[in-house]
Design a protein around this ligand. Structure first.
Ligand code: GLC
Length: 577
């Protein structure tokens, strides 16, 4: 007769199981850093909380919610851009780097928010958008005014008498053309993003100094870190040679990590990062591991951590391979196991919702799969970046028609498909699954009108499911996604093995279960995640060593000899002897 051990762990009881925080400093690793221990919460300010009823989230709105944020157990906030901007790309087109966007409030509001964060032990990471500025920035206005203006070389200009420059691809342009002709000085300027986001010329030392001074301005205010937007594209071969025809499809290959980038980063490090206790992370991690390491190896004095996209692009409307998912995360982990440091994320303001892409947002499985995904993010090696609303299991809104979208990339992408005679229906289907606006709908605070995000008309509709998925309801339910998220942040903060411990993947070929061990000193944690909507079993020799269940999104875990059976989307972390 088989012996059946059934461990019953009620989610509510888990607070009591977490070890004492006295253990926190027990196993100090030589290279301890606050930014490695950080749990980052990303806030898209436009969508978080509107304090003045204009339908747009603002800084005071964030300040009002600081206790909520602290209570999530996160330790740092990454704030998407809040600088003055005409909002062609929701703040990623900056017209004044030393001022606050009128929609978001004032510098006084900012100072109060920062103070409130620091009082609560929360660090603040600012988004620095310096691959490009807005075309409404005074530098660009000057630059375009004449060819001999002192600001001319702050941007990339190509005199029209030399003919049309070689093709460069633009991510947001309706025609995909990164060169825009400007009759004022009979020249083309370069814009890898929208026509209102001209690329800055990093070859110009004056421009570089301006950027470092801006960063120092914010560092002097006391911010704790910088995320460098699109920075891997900042260096360019300014002779603009012809590129092969597959250019548009291999954007990263041709545009990222061009010569000069490391020089600029070293200079930025010397002038800014080394002078303040700030962390640094660039969007993107180069084209391969070698380049990723070159960005973040501590002895090179460039950046602190890499933010790689391989895993964030795996989810597809038709589903994805769990084996592949594991392989990508494990490959990146092993490349960074000795040196360097990674970010761990699956969603951000450029992606659709976590649970709709990587989990299962059906009524039956949304809660379970959202908890499972948050368990994953918060138990991997690397600094986790959790996107606002994912702690509730917020879902895609799933717009049907193009006029519902506000995102320039969706709107201009649509125009491009129309212009090129492409399949508009297929494009709309792909947007419904993957568009950035899915991840930008307002935060769902409660079940009342507009989820209590605003008293006005929200800039982007609130998801109708806020009646059920919202902070207020989830606060009251010990088994909610929110309360599971809080238990996970607590578990991570109190277990250095989840931060600094080694990572070992078990059974890479298992089609549905992601199992791994995090180990530091004599502490071993086994993580078991069922990525499928059916029961899944796994045979593990480690089973006999299971000692204590630290977290479980189901009521129990079924163990028969060495076989563990997980229910749909079950997530368990247990200690091993
Ligand atoms: C980055 C940002 C994205 C923005 C783009 C241009 O990719 O994450 O939101 O649209 O840069 O600044």
């Amino acid at each position: 007769m088989k012996l059946i051990f059934i461990y019953i762990v009620f989610t509510i009881g888990i607070w009591g199981c977490v070890e004492s925080s006295k253990n926190r400093n027990g196993k100090a690793s030589d290279d301890k850093e606050w930014w490695k221990e950080a749990i980052v919460y990303q806030i898209y300010p436009r969508s978080f909380n509107d304090s003045d009823g204009d339908g747009i989230g603002d800084i005071k709105g964030i300040t009002e919610k600081l206790d909520y944020i602290r209570h999530l157990g996160i330790t740092a906030v990454w704030l998407n851009p809040i600088y003055s901007s005409p909002n062609d790309d929701n703040g990623y087109d900056v017209s004044d780097y030393r001022n606050i966007m009128a929609d978001f409030g004032t510098m006084e509001d900012f100072d109060q928010m920062l103070e409130g964060m620091h009082e609560r032990g929360i660090k603040l990471i600012m988004d620095m958008v310096v691959n490009h500025s807005s075309d409404e920035h005074k530098w660009f206005k000057q630059s375009r005014s004449s060819r001999d203006n002192p600001y001319r070389n702050y941007y990339h200009w190509w005199p029209a008498e030399k003919g049309k420059p070689h093709h460069r691809y633009s991510l947001f342009d309706e025609k995909g053309d990164a060169w825009k002709y400007d009759s004022l000085s009979n020249a083309y300027y370069l814009h890898y993003f929208s026509v209102k986001q001209p690329d800055l010329n990093w070859e110009n030392p004056k421009l570089r100094q301006e950027v470092y001074d801006i960063m120092k301005f914010w560092a002097e205010k006391g911010v704790d870190g910088f995320r460098l937007d699109a920075f891997q594209f900042a260096a360019k071969d300014t002779t603009f040679p012809a590129f092969p025809d597959d250019l548009d499809k291999n954007f990263i290959q041709y545009y990222a990590m061009q010569e000069g980038l490391h020089t600029y980063l070293k200079e930025m490090n010397e002038q800014v990062f080394s002078k303040y206790d700030v962390m640094s992370v660039a969007e993107g991690a180069g084209r391969n591991f070698k380049e990723a390491h070159e960005l973040v190896d501590a002895n090179r004095n460039e950046l602190n951590m890499a933010y790689a996209f391989d895993a964030a692009d795996i989810a597809k409307p038709e589903g994805y391979s769990v084996v592949h998912f594991k392989e990508v995360f494990s490959r990146w982990d092993s490349a960074f196991s000795e040196k360097g440091w990674l970010s761990i994320f699956l969603s951000n303001h450029d992606q659709a919702r976590l649970v709709s892409r990587y989990g299962n947002d059906s009524p039956e499985f949304r809660v379970l799969s959202a908890k499972m995904l948050n368990t994953f993010l918060l138990s991997m090696r690397g600094t986790p970046y959790c996107y606002y609303g994912d702690e509730l299991g917020m879902t895609n809104i799933g717009f049907e028609t193009i006029d519902q979208y506000r995102d320039i990339s969706a709107i201009n992408g649509y125009k491009k498909v129309l212009l090129s005679g492409g399949n508009v229906k297929a494009y709309l289907t792909s947007l419904k699954f993957g568009s950035r606006d899915n991840g930008r709908t307002p935060m769902q605070w409660d079940g009342t009108a507009n989820a209590n995000f605003t008293t006005g008309k929200p800039w982007l509709p609130v998801n109708k499911n806020h009646i059920e998925i919202n902070v207020k309801t989830e606060e009251l339910n010990p088994r909610s996604v929110l309360n599971h998220f809080r238990r996970m942040t607590k578990l991570r903060r109190e277990n250095p093995a989840l931060i600094y411990g080694s990572y070992k993947l078990l059974q890479p070929e298992h089609p549905t279960i992601y199992a791994y061990i995090r180990e530091l000193g004599n502490k071993k944690l086994l993580v078991l995640l069922n990525f499928s909507s059916s029961d899944s079993s796994i045979n593990l020799v480690e089973t006999s060593k299971i000692n204590h269940i630290k977290i479980n999104n189901a009521d129990d875990m079924i163990i028969e000899n060495n076989k563990i059976t997980l229910t749909p989307y079950q997530a368990v972390i247990c200690t091993l002897d």
